[in-house]
Every structure is written in C-alpha cells, then in structure tokens.
Design a protein around this ligand. Structure first.
Ligand SMILES: NC(=O)C1=CN([C@@H]2O[C@H](COP(=O)(O)OP(=O)(O)OC[C@H]3O[C@@H](n4cnc5c(N)ncnc54)[C@H](OP(=O)(O)O)[C@@H]3O)[C@@H](O)[C@H]2O)C=CC1
Ligand SMILES: CC(=O)[C@@H](O)[C@H](O)COP(=O)(O)O
Ligand SMILES: [Mn+2]
Length: 395
C-alpha cells in the first residue's frame, strides 16, 4: 500500500532529490504535503507533477500567486501559508513519512512536530538536531518516532553499524570508532593567503556534491563536518572521542565504522543524495534510486588524510561546543547561520566566518538545554550578538 509523504522544504536540493526518488517508486509512495519558503514557481511545477493534497508556503504573497496559478490550471490543491502552517504540516491526515529538508533553524519546530506525531522522520536538517540534541532525541524516544539519517555520512554510519531497533536507534555493540569522512571542500588545497579573497560562488562550487548554498559554504569552511560531528554524537549516542574525522576528497566512501576485532565497515557509492534518501524511505527494504552503481575499474585513487585545523578553525569550535554541552551547540549553529548568510550577501569575508562564531561563543552564556523555550531564546540571543559582530567586521 502507498505511504503518504510530507516533504518539508520540497523546493530545495534534498526536496527535489526526494521527489525524484518518489517518482521512480509511485506504487509505494504518494506525495501528500509539500512546503517551501517563497519559491512558488518551483512549488507550482511540483504541484503539476505530483498533485499533492496540500502545499504550504511560508510567504503570504507567494501563496497568493501560487493559488491564482493553480486555479487557472483547475488543480484542486489546498494552499496554506505562514510559519505556523509549516510547523503543523506533519499533522496532516494521511502523512506517514516526513522528510525534514528545510535548511537551518527554521526546520526545528516543523521537524519536532513530526517527531511528536510519532511518524517516520527522514532527517536531512542537521541544524535542528545540533540545536536541540538531547531534547530532540528524548522526543524521538518518548513518541516512538522512527528517526533515520539522510545526511550521507550519518546514513553511511547507520548502514555500517551492527543494527538498529524498529525505531532506527542503532546498536553500538563491538564498535571501536566511527570514522566520519569529509571531502575538505573546494578550498582544501588553496594557498592559505588566498582564502580571504574567495567569493560566494567559489565557495558554493563543491567538488563532488550539488547542494544548497548554505550547506555548500559550510562544506567550504568544514563547519559542515563540525555540525556533523555533533549530529553523530546525538544520533548514535557516542562521545566525541569515539568519532574521528577523516578527509577523503573523492566522496566515494561516505563514512566507516571500525570494530573491536579490527574490522572496518564502510558504505560507498557515487556522491548522489538519492542513495541515502532512497535508503531511508524504504528502510529496512531497498528501492530504486536512479543512481549508477560504482564502477571500480574506472575509479580514480581513493585517498585519505587528516583534517587541517589551521585552515578550518570551525572544526575545533564545533568540537569545543559539543564538549561544553548545554546550549553551546545551539549558539555555534546560530552564529554560523548568521555568518554564512552575511558572507553570501557579500557583507563579510570568508575568513571572517570562524571569528564571528568564536566571538559569539565567547559572549553568549551557556545554559542547560532543558526545554525548547531555552533553546529558542539562546538561538535568538546568539543571532543578535553574531549580527553585531558581523556589523563591526563589515565596517
Ligand atoms: N543538499 C544536500 O545534498 C544535503 C543537505 N543536507 C541538509 O539538508 C537541509 C536542506 O539542504 P538543501 O536542500 O541543500 O537546502 P536548499 O537551500 O536547497 O533548500 C532549502 C529548503 O528549505 C526551504 N526554506 C528555507 N528557509 C525556510 C524557512 N524560513 N521556512 C520554511 N522553509 C524554508 C526552502 O524554500 P524556498 O526554496 O522557497 O526558499 C527550500 O525548500 C540542510 O539542513 C542541509 O544541511 C544534508 C546533507 C546533504
Ligand atoms: C552530501 C552530504 O551529506 C553533505 O553534507 C556533504 O557531506 C558535504 O560534503 P563535505 O564532506 O565536503 O562536507
Ligand atoms: Mn553530510
């Protein structure tokens, strides 16, 4: 029987890849709800192709334009708008699977709603987990939601761990270490003195993955790996010391797990997000994803190296935030979002991103991450302070 899917952030890179996988498996999945921020043109195209029951777009004016176009096409699709409608998207009757693919902190509340409804949640939105780690995982357990990682490395780790219970909570039996791979991004080998001059377009030109602009900049600073370090600690319940970052520029090995007996199990594949999306949609089964299998005879050398902490100061900041605990990861994430947005808008240089985060972490008081209210407050305070640092640096 067909399962009802809600995609939070359907117009983005993960959202579009999810729809591509669904289009190959229409006997098993039906699109119920799609959400976007303001890209009503892309949402209209998705309405024509997938005929969801409901679409939700945060921006009111975009919702009006979309409604008018749907009327002209005689498509009877319900249109809602506003932040609250997105937060409640997962409550739509018939939704069984929620793909959390909104970028950044805006994804936290809509994803938590899906968790609170006890649904199958496919998590791409790593920022939500970084912000609210323990609280998020406690909600998963309390509501018996099924949480499956879409982020390619965490999906690889999940596939390489010994097994998981029915809710996707993985076993760590015999696990020695988790080896979290990262490409090093587009500036891995750029002379250090040229880093301050790189442009947003250069930062977004990832060597292996085609992704949204925010995560692309995160890959270029390697803050993506820092966020992923924290994501892995919470998802798999492992301490920081049990995770090692391994730079692997080709992005063919998507991460590995090393075991007490010396075995190392890796998940490999061409760098295409349709693989982890298909894996999580069908778990524990397998479905067609449209991804070419690896051709080992045509593959170039696979190489591995240690991360360069001088070039990528964000890595240390992320590890430090995890070590400090409480709301420190929430502050790290908020400051990073503000700094990346400022860099993309041409307000600060690439090399200003880490100092903005460091200064914010030094300034904002760390609290216990007890409840959602605290997390939302700390997120807001951290953004305000990071913005003031951006303004100083931009002068
Ligand atoms: N892209 C990838 O390959 C990977 C992404 N991820 C993670 O997945 C998430 C999505 O990434 P990606 O698809 O690249 O991002 P994109 O920027 O491509 O897409 C973001 C989506 O979120 C929507 N959105 C943005 N802001 C808001 C808001 N304030 N309220 C509601 N919706 C909003 C956008 O709508 P609109 O189009 O209207 O602006 C769009 O649908 C991120 O957390 C990222 O870290 C993880 C691994 C790989
Ligand atoms: C595809 C994916 O999961 C991204 O998070 C990816 O990891 C980005 O590449 P980096 O390894 O360069 O951060
Ligand atoms: Mn990743």
């Amino acid at each position: 029987m067909s399962q009802g899917v809600c995609i939070l952030g359907s117009t983005g890179s993960i959202g579009c890849n999810t729809l591509d996988v669904i289009s190959r498996n229409l006997d098993q999945y039906s699109v119920r709800v799609l959400t976007a921020h303001s890209n009503w043109q892309k949402l209209l195209e998705q309405c024509k192709n997938y005929q969801p029951e409901k679409v939700i777009i945060a921006d009111q004016q975009s919702a009006e334009l979309l409604t008018a176009e749907l009327r002209k096409l005689n498509l009877s699709i319900q249109v809602e708008s506003g932040r609250d409608a997105i937060i409640n998207a997962a409550r739509t009757p018939g939704v069984e699977i929620v793909v959390a693919a909104i970028v950044g902190a805006a994804g936290l509340l809509p994803t938590l709603t899906a968790v609170e409804c006890g649904l199958k949640v496919l998590l791409a939105n790593k920022e939500a987990l970084v912000m609210s780690g323990e609280l998020f995982m406690n909600a998963v357990k309390a509501h018996r939601a099924i949480l499956l990682p879409v982020d390619s490395e965490h999906n690889a780790i999940f596939q390489s761990l010994p097994g998981a219970d029915d809710n996707g909570l993985a076993s760590l039996e015999g696990v020695h270490k988790i080896l979290l791979t990262g490409s090093g991004g587009p500036f891995r080998q750029l002379p250090l003195n040229e880093l301050s001059q790189v442009t947003p377009d250069q930062a977004c030109a990832h060597p292996n993955w085609d992704m949204g602009r925010k995560i692309s900049v995160d890959s270029a600073t390697m803050m993506n790996k820092g966020l992923e370090l924290i994501e892995a600690c919470f998802l798999f319940g492992v301490p920081l010391e049990q995770i090692e970052i391994v730079v692997h520029p080709q992005s063919i090995v998507h991460s590995m797990v090393s075991y007490a007996d010396g075995s190392v199990i890796a998940q490999m594949g061409n760098p295409d997000m349709r693989t982890p999306i298909a894996h999580t949609l069908a778990w524990p089964s397998r479905i067609e994803a449209g991804v070419e299998p690896l051709n080992f005879f045509e593959m170039s050398n696979l190489t591995f190296e240690s991360p360069d902490f001088e070039r990528f100061p964000g890595l240390k900041l992320a590890a430090q935030a995890m070590q400090v605990g409480g709301t420190a990861p929430c502050t790290l994430n908020a400051a990073n979002e503000v700094a990346v947005e400022a860099f993309l808008a041409g307000k600060i240089r690439f090399t200003d991103i880490a100092p903005v985060i460091r200064k914010t972490m030094e300034h904002v008081e760390v609290r216990e991450a007890q409840n959602l209210q605290t997390i939302i407050e700390v997120d807001q305070l951290s953004r305000e302070f990071a913005l003031s640092v951006v303004e100083q640096r931009g002068q």
